[in-house]
Design a protein around this ligand. Structure first.
Ligand SMILES: Nc1ncnc2c1ncn2[C@@H]1O[C@H](COP(=O)(O)OP(=O)(O)OP(=O)(O)O)[C@@H](O)[C@H]1O
Length: 905
């Protein structure tokens, strides 16, 4: 058993999250020796102004009166110092506690900056790779750690210490290579004294990854017609329990089968739970085994995973091995083994201190993964570690070389070869669209494609075809080459350190490259600052600001200097790559430099396009999220359907588009327009069909519309909404989800509701506040009587079957936001063409989105639930009828809060 060093576990309660403004109100310390808690110290701390938000008061149980009588930090600082002594401090998410503590010590004139902090979060990510998330609350439950009361400092500090011990014990039982690798990465960091392997030279990891399969011909077989599958006692009944033929499901499959045989486009709307996944998978599989490759594309990677692990294995059993499915994600989802080893061997130059913490969590995963797909690693968040992951992921230029040492077990190559040997390949819309944009360079060739959740295609097309630039877009690439002005680390420094001293001319090129990149970065910074400063004066709090090509000149923002400096840098990089590519010990790392320069050249191409703003059919806009440094310039096509029309429809043999929400009142025209499928020439027009619900959903879903609230456009709506939510929601005993159309409104509701939920000890979860979306969804599904507040992504794509969701609250009709530049661009275009943008654009969009939102409630024939709509325009405005048709006008009206209270009981 590992020897656990002595340490002090710490937890702080504070008045808020901002270490510069907020203050510590409780400090708890527990000294651990030999893995056991030995002694503790717990102080309430009187802040300079005793103002406690009710939420903090309820969460922590600390009252204003408690604090009034407490000592201030200056009085207790000495006791803290002597209790801790030289022992390392352990905290969960230690960055937070260490910043607060160091700042507070500084205020009382004590320097605490060099004290060593260890993070139980970092250790838990290394040790426990299978837990749903790494929040202290979750870990306490998952690992059966005793804790008397959550969100008080002393029990939390104690739990954090016990977690830390458990994590260390677990690490000591893992493959010894992991400990050696952790020691290697920890050298020179605070963890150096924790991971103390004596191994001089770390051996390369022993991967479980297979070698890439050789290419094989696809089987050519013949399948019976789909009617044989879907009939009473047909093949499906062998794999689906309680299979019962459904007329619409059979029709869906037959229509699709005909379309695949004949060739062409086909758009089929079928309700949620009607069995369309089964229909299209069987029809697609029947075609696939004849030797014509079929792609299945889903809206998100999560849905892709769901099909891959559930529906596809289920139907594959019918085909006796002839159906060869494969899953493929974008190349940047896969780990590059060579880059991983490079960073592992040189963490001090190639990784920042924070990156090293996150990198450690990857070490056990790298040994166990059989796919190298980062999405399977629960201990690593790609979105929180964008720059680090860009240093580790496969990219077009890094993995091509056959002489690359890991060529045969490169995860991206394995995934691609498997896809090439498969007759059914599961992709996602983003990957499909990137392939389309790159003229089919990414995916294996295919004859047929099925798009599930096809209603998401217009929006995802815009994201993929759109182009964006920001200072940090450049900086994040450049800093992997040249991280700091002081120099000494980064790829260029690493290359320089491996070039022999007798080649001074190459050292000089390295210096010049660093310098030119630095100059380019400065010029780009000046460019964005010029825009940012002007923009701050003009935009008056608007979230997006459209511009034309003359505006940059007006702002005196000149793109030319940046481009000149970039060209200098590119020249030096090319010289360096040419001179060093074949030198011993440099090959891999020089190809990384090359691939970074390729990424920069993509940035330059976007930069030129976006700053020129030269297309009338695109909208160009600026976004300044926080301050001038973070300004972004975007370009979005107004009609991404044109790309589909030009690049895709003419050559595809068959494409099926399906979803539960494509139509507006059973009419698919709006979807066809957006996808560029209207006005296709005769013979090329899509076959369309809308299937209706077979059972009456209105029998299982009751709807109430509140008439008494102010209209959403009225200034008093926000307060009235929160007031109603506060009166109703804390008393609801079943799971409730509240959908908002703006993050700001949702946050206000969260602040209003939190104390009442905390008081009743009920779970309130809020998107953007309480962790990752996946974590929120998982927690909400498990709990009963909980309330989930969400916007954007929670309107669609999440499943809450049965009791997981019983009451759905729609706060506002989900109309497009008129200040969104794309919406404004389309609106202006329609106005100029004398079209009714409200009727032809706003209403269809809101109608589809509302159906999506309501679709969260009933996920199967046996589901039932209630929908509460707090937007009275549904009953007061003429257009409200369009929306009320969704529930066939079968709604009750609430004239007061008490009507709602009776409804939700
Ligand atoms: N005819 C059937 N008889 C019995 N069960 C079925 C039938 N068709 C599908 N199912 C089952 O019903 C569930 C939902 O089916 P499926 O996922 O195909 O529906 P869907 O329309 O794609 O739903 P969603 O819109 O939620 O994706 C699955 O568990 C499936 O196995």
């Amino acid at each position: 058993m590992v020897k656990i060093p002595a340490f002090v576990a710490l937890d702080l309660e504070t008045t808020g999250l901002d270490f510069e403004k907020d203050e510590i109100i409780e400090v708890a310390l527990v000294r651990f020796e030999n893995g056991e808690p030995k002694e503790n110290l717990d102080f309430l701390v009187k802040p300079s102004a005793v103002e406690l938000r009710p939420f903090i008061e309820t969460l922590t149980g600390i009252s204003k009166a408690d604090l009034e009588s407490a000592s201030d930090f200056a009085t207790i600082a000495g006791q803290i110092c002597s209790f801790v002594g030289d022992l390392p401090i352990v905290a969960h998410n230690a960055v937070f506690d260490s910043k607060f503590l160091k700042q507070t010590f500084t205020k009382v004139g004590i320097s605490y900056d060099s004290h060593v902090f260890w993070d139980s979060l970092t250790l838990s990510r290394i040790a426990f790779q299978d837990v749903p998330n790494h929040r202290l609350d979750t870990l306490v439950q998952e690992l059966n750690i005793e804790r008397s009361r959550a969100h008080r400092a002393l029990p939390d500090a104690d739990a954090c210490g016990r977690l830390f011990v458990k994590a260390l014990e677990k690490i000591s039982t893992m493959d010894p290579w992991i400990y050696d690798a952790l020691s290697q990465v920890a050298k020179g960091s605070g963890y150096e004294t924790l991971f103390t392997s004596k191994v001089e030279k770390l051996s390369p990891p022993k991967y479980k990854l297979p070698t890439a399969p050789a290419l094989e011909a696809l089987p050519k077989s013949k399948a019976p017609r789909v009617s044989e599958f879907f009939k009473e006692g047909g093949f499906i009944s062998f794999v689906v329990d309680d299979y019962k033929p459904r007329h619409n499901q059979q029709d869906f499959a037959s229509v699709m089968e005909r379309n695949m045989y004949k060739g062409g486009l086909c758009v089929l709307e079928a309700p949620t739970g009607s069995g369309k996944t089964l229909s299209y998978l069987i029809t697609a599989a029947n075609k696939a085994i004849t030797g014509e490759r079929v792609l299945i594309s889903t809206a998100t990677r999560t849905l892709q995973e769901q099909l891959w692990t559930e529906a596809i294995p289920q139907i594959a059993k019918i085909y006796n091995g002839e159906l060869r499915p494969a899953i493929l994600k974008g190349r940047d989802n896969y780990l590059c083994l060579r880059k991983f080893e490079e960073l592992l061997m040189h963490p001090q130059t190639l990784l920042s201190a924070e990156e090293r913490d996150s990198f450690m969590a990857l070490i056990p995963w790298v040994l166990s993964t059989e796919t190298g797909d980062i999405n399977e690693c629960n201990s690593f968040s790609q979105s929180r570690n964008r720059v680090l992951w860009s240093k580790l992921s496969c990219s077009a230029s890094c993995c091509n070389g056959e002489n690359h040492s890991h060529h045969e077990n490169c995860p991206a190559l394995i995934a691609k070869r498997k896809a090439m040997n498969a007759n059914m390949v599961l992709v996602n819309h983003s990957l499909f669209l990137s392939d389309l944009q790159l003229d089919f360079a990414l995916l294996p060739s295919y004859e047929h494609i099925v798009f599930d959740e096809a209603h998401r295609l217009p929006e995802i097309s815009n994201q993929v075809f759109g182009r964006s630039i920001s200072f940090f877009g450049f900086r994040n690439i450049a800093k992997t080459l040249e991280p700091s002005k002081a120099g000494g680390d980064g790829l260029i420094a690493e290359i320089a350190s491996r070039i022999p001293a007798e080649k001074p001319e190459l050292h000089e090129i390295c210096d010049k490259l660093s310098e030119a990149l630095g100059e380019a970065e400065k010029a780009l910074h000046r460019f964005f600052m010029k825009i940012g400063k002007k923009l701050a004066k003009q935009k008056n709090g608007r979230s997006g600001f459209t511009y034309t090509n003359s505006i940059l000149a007006e702002y005196e923002a000149d793109p030319a200097t940046f481009l000149e400096q970039y060209n200098n840098a590119r020249g030096f990089a090319e010289k360096l790559v040419a001179a060093t590519a074949n030198m011993d010990g440099l090959k891999g790392i020089v190809s990384d430099l090359d691939s970074r320069m390729t990424e920069i050249s993509h940035f330059i191409s976007d930069f030129e396009f976006v700053t020129k703003a030269g297309r009338n059919d695109w909208v160009f806009y600026m976004e300044e999220p926080f301050n001038p440094h973070t300004i972004k310039l975007h370009a979005l096509p107004l009609h991404s359907g044109n790309v589909w029309r030009e690049k895709f429809y003419p050559w595809i043999k068959s494409a099926t588009f399906t979803s539960a929400t494509l139509s507006v009142q059973a009419d698919l025209t709006y979807f066809l327009q957006k996808m560029g499928m209207d006005n296709l020439r005769l013979g090329k027009q899509p076959f369309v069909r809308v299937y209706t619900e077979q059972s009456d959903v209105n029998e299982r879903r009751s709807v109430m519309v509140a008439k008494f609230l102010p209209k959403p456009s009225a200034p008093e709506f926000g307060d009235a909404l929160n007031d109603t939510l506060l009166k109703v929601l804390p008393n609801v005993e079943e799971n409730t989800m509240v959908l908002f159309t703006s993050v700001a409104t949702m946050m206000k509701a969260q602040a209003a509701l939190a104390p009442a939920f905390a008081e009743r000890n009920k779970l309130l979860l809020c998107q953007h506040v309480d962790g990752s979306l996946d974590g929120l969804v998982a927690m909400f599904r498990k709990e009963r009587g909980a309330c989930l507040l969400g916007c954007q992504s929670l309107w669609e794509g999440v499943d809450f079957p049965g009791d997981a969701l019983k009451l759905l609250v729609i706060t506002k009709l989900p109309f497009p936001n008129p200040s969104d530049p794309l919406v404004a661009g389309l609106t202006n275009e329609m106005k100029a063409a004398n079209k009714n943008f409200f009727k032809d654009y706003f209403i269809p969009e809101a109608y589809i989105e509302l159906r999506q939102g309501m679709g969260r409630l009933l996920r199967s024939d046996s589901d039932s639930g209630k929908v509460l709509i707090l937007d009275n325009r549904v009953v007061l405005e003429r257009y409200g009828k369009t929306f009320a048709r969704i529930w066939n006008f079968k709604n009750r009206i609430a004239g007061s809060v008490s009507d709602i209270e009776r409804f939700v009981k």
